[in-house]
Design a protein around this ligand. Structure first.
Ligand code: GAP
Length: 456
């Protein structure tokens, strides 16, 4: 697999991802998605919505506000408890997440569920060293709340303080009754949401893996109490199947079932799907059975009855919830890490290639006039027809071999060349990115051909 440095270099040089605010010296750990990266993100989100909402009759989609009444975060426990254990090296003053220091010191240890005292004792007993300066003394650990605070309105006073959401999930829970009433969905049903979340992470890093601003795709699936384990197992496999169907190698994926002692107090089952990132297996997707914790918390805190009345049995209950939650940027990184490749051709030449599912490829096809002067007009006509249905790109510079290589490197699935014969046979040559095989396709069939070749 490629190194993280190679991915960063590739992303920057091709226009997938740029350093944020580069013109002004950058802003640490922020990233801008360029022409290719923004299309890749859009395609990932479309593929998720298609599978999790559109093709799942149980599910609907919502788009709730990033800014919510602060009481939401008090009720959900984020104001009181959404924190990471922060420690500081006594010598160089660098700050760290204590649980990560422990897990990096001994990868067989998980500090999930440990108290801050337990973590501090471990640092002392095992003489854990500072990754920055190598010294072995840390300050006592304190809980650092990761909520981003801001103010609404013109007066900077406590009453106007609000938060940027740290997850999209709560926007779904607080709308549970609205959604159920207006859709008349019967339990079980799910609510999907895609959107930005913000966390003041202590140690962002590994390129786009952990950032302070990121995008989540979350589904809250409401079920009858007692059926949650069955549904948990269903969605766990569903998520894994989705990743594999989009081309991630099974060998690069694994389930990490959390041990009972490592579960959050409200969860009766949690698993992570881990991907083999360049630094090793790490969390890609969290799937949790959250019982009725969130609905109950909002019921108590708001005073509103959040129960569901089963119209068939007349039973009234607070639904339990199964929640798969994944970050879009982590998927971007996984698809780049999984797909970047260098092939040696029979001629001895090498070609850079991004093997990515055609449904995710930023461009489905490149439209290439063999000779600019002779074929540009027809090529642009074809380009203007196809861009009504697909993301396609037109490229007329340099020889055809170089243009093929350029498109292979950014994952463009098909190269469509307009040549001397096109005027006679009303057909074009279509080359496949992976096999490099070429076929002659009538222009009138191009749309259906691309649709068939790139569908998901
Ligand atoms: N509502 C549950 C929830 O948010 P989480 O495990 O904290 O659960 C879910 O987050 C997913 O969101 C993670 O598995 C990861 O893919 C993504 N994610 C979380 N924090 C992130 C960060 N700081 N940067 C990038 N992605 C992040």
């Amino acid at each position: 697999m490629v190194t993280l440095d190679q991915i960063v270099q590739f992303a920057k040089s091709t226009g997938f991802i740029f350093q944020g605010s580069e013109l002004y010296g950058g802003l640490a750990n922020t990233w801008d998605y360029g022409p290719l990266g923004s299309l890749l993100k859009k395609n990932i989100k479309d593929a998720w919505i298609k599978k999790f909402q559109r093709q799942t009759p149980y599910n609907v989609l919502i788009d709730s506000s990033i800014l919510l009444n602060s009481e939401v975060w008090v009720a959900s426990g984020h104001v009181g408890g959404f924190s990471d254990p922060l420690t500081e090296c006594k010598s160089c003053n660098q700050r760290f997440r204590a649980d990560k220091l422990i897990e990096d010191h001994d990868p067989t240890v998980s500090a999930d569920g440990w108290s801050t005292d337990q973590m501090y004792q471990y640092l002392v007993d095992h003489e854990v060293t500072c990754p920055n300066c190598g010294k072995k003394e840390f300050l006592p650990i304190r809980a650092f709340n990761m909520m981003f605070q801001t103010h609404q309105g013109v007066v900077l006073e406590q009453a106007n303080q609000i938060y940027l959401r740290p997850e999209t999930a709560q926007g779904i829970f607080i709308n549970f009754k609205n959604i159920q009433r207006t859709t008349r969905k019967k339990v079980p049903f799910g609510v999907c949401q895609v959107g930005k979340s913000f966390r003041n992470e202590i140690t962002p890093g590994n390129f786009i893996f952990r950032t302070r601003e990121f995008e989540q795709m979350e589904m809250e699936f409401f079920v009858k109490p007692g059926t949650e384990v069955e549904w948990f197992n269903y969605w766990k496999q569903f998520c894994m199947d989705w990743l594999v169907s989009l081309g991630l190698d099974q060998d690069n994926l694994q389930f990490d079932d959390h041990k009972p002692e490592a579960l959050s107090h409200y969860s009766n089952a949690t698993t992570d799907i881990r991907f083999r990132f360049p630094w090793g297996f790490d969390e890609l997707w969290g799937i949790a059975s959250r019982t009725n914790y969130d609905l109950k918390a909002h019921q108590i805190h708001s005073g509103e009855n959040m129960t569901y009345l089963d119209p068939d049995t007349n039973e009234r209950y607070l639904p339990y919830v199964v929640e798969p939650a994944v970050g879009v940027e982590r998927l971007v990184l996984a698809f780049l890490a999984n797909g970047l490749d260098e092939e040696t051709l029979e001629s001895g030449d090498t070609r850079q290639i991004l093997h990515i599912h055609p449904a995710l490829a930023p461009y489905k096809a490149a439209i290439l006039p063999l000779i600019k002067k002779e074929h540009a007009e027809k090529s642009l006509e074809i380009y203007n027809e196809l861009n009504q249905y697909f993301d396609v790109v037109y490229d007329e510079t340099q020889n055809i071999g170089k243009r093929y290589r350029r498109q292979d490197a950014i994952g463009t699935y098909l190269c469509i060349t307009i040549d001397h014969d096109t005027a006679n046979d009303q057909a074009v040559t279509v080359r496949n990115r992976d096999t490099m095989a070429q076929v002659r396709i009538p222009i009138k069939d191009l749309r259906s051909y691309i649709e068939k070749e790139t569908q998901f």
